[in-house]
Ligand binder design. Structure first.
Ligand SMILES: Nc1ncnc2c1ncn2[C@@H]1O[C@H](COP(=O)(O)OP(=O)(O)OP(=O)(O)O)[C@@H](O)[C@H]1O
Ligand SMILES: [Mg+2]
Length: 314
């Protein structure tokens, strides 16, 4: 009886040893596969598992290795399509920004030619003004093209000191040659300069876009009257671009800064989203007030340059 119990105990002992051995033999490779799967990364470096035998585990490892190959192909495709999408987006923005000043530039040239043909008396002065604003706009176009060729630089901004009192009328001079467009600059009463810290080219883009929208808010028959009103407080200079055009319907107001939102057949809906990004990038903010059939006022702020003596006085 005792011998029978002993044999049973011995068998049980062997069974346990065997079970432990078999489970370790099976779980080790499974654990390895689990570990490898947990470290899988899309777009990262995934190492394959080497398994010599062609057993069930070998089949699983083969499947795992095949999955890694497929994953790496998908990751490459994804990266490529992401790059293409980013380029398309960039190309759209560049095309948009280049298109913007072209019309006023063309009209300005035609206007100048007409003045020359008619031998207007202030021809010299007109030529001076024309060349100055033309050079500004061309520089801006060149910068956009430069940024396009160096993707990583977008949106680069080189902030400097600008006096809005002279800078804006100069760059907006190009619009003065357009029939049915009247731009009026309204400065604060004092003759103080309006120094801001901003990027010259990007500020030009802000005004080009806002003016373009204001001009487009008038019908062809109307004269587009646009007022640029400047206000200064201690930290900021405020610019209001005010038109008396079609206005923005209440239900569209929340969308106008969204990229790709447009109500125009020829529009891309990029202008205001870009303007907002530029203004915020320069440390300012933008908002608007609008009433249908009354007009729209776009207001943005730019950090004012505070002169040293002002600091001392305070
Ligand atoms: N001054 C404005 N008066 C009336 N509506 C405006 C004015 N500014 C913007 N909007 C409205 O906001 C929308 C978005 O303007 P945004 O400048 O972003 O794009 P867009 O002018 O339609 O196209 P894009 O600027 O790309 O040529 C316009 O389609 C228009 O409906
Ligand atoms: Mg626009």
């Amino acid at each position: 009886m005792l011998a029978f119990v002993n044999i049973n105990l011995l068998l049980l002992f062997f069974a346990i040893i065997l079970a432990l051995f078999v489970s370790k033999y099976i779980t080790r490779p499974l654990e390895l596969i689990r570990y490898s799967i947990s470290r899988l990364q899309l777009g990262g470096v995934n190492t394959k598992i080497t398994w010599e035998r062609d057993d069930e585990i070998g089949q699983m490892v083969k499947e795992y290795n095949r999955m890694i190959d497929e994953l790496s192909v998908s990751a490459d495709l994804l990266a490529k399509s992401e790059r293409e999408l980013a380029w398309r987006e960039m190309a759209k923005q560049v095309a948009h920004e280049i298109k913007n000043p072209l019309t006023p530039m063309k009209l300005s040239i035609q206007h100048l030619k007409k003045a020359y043909d008619e031998q207007v008396p202030d021809w010299d002065k007109r030529l001076q003004r024309f060349s100055k604003t033309m050079v500004e706009q061309i520089d801006n176009l060149a910068q956009i093209a430069g940024e396009f060729s160096d993707f990583a630089k977008m949106p680069s901004s080189i902030n400097g000191l600008l006096d809005l009192r002279t800078f804006v009328p100069d760059i907006m001079e190009i619009y003065s040659g357009i029939d049915k467009v009247k731009i009026e600059h309204i400065f604060p009463n004092d003759s103080e300069q309006l120094w801001v810290i901003a990027d010259k080219n990007q500020l030009l883009r802000v005004f080009n876009n806002l003016l373009h929208n204001s001009i487009q808010s008038y019908s062809k028959e109307q004269t587009a009257i646009i007022q640029i009103i400047y206000e200064k407080n201690h930290d900021f200079v405020k610019c209001h671009v005010k038109d008396f055009g079609c206005g923005i319907p209440e239900k569209l107001k929340s969308n106008i800064f969204s990229p790709n939102f447009t109500t125009k057949t020829s529009g891309m809906g990029l202008g205001l989203s870009m303007v907002k990004a530029i203004v915020e990038n320069m440390g300012g903010s933008i908002w608007f007030q609008s009433e249908e059939n009354q007009g729209t006022t776009m207001t943005f702020t730019l950090p004012a340059h505070i002169e040293k003596h002002e600091n001392i006085e305070r």
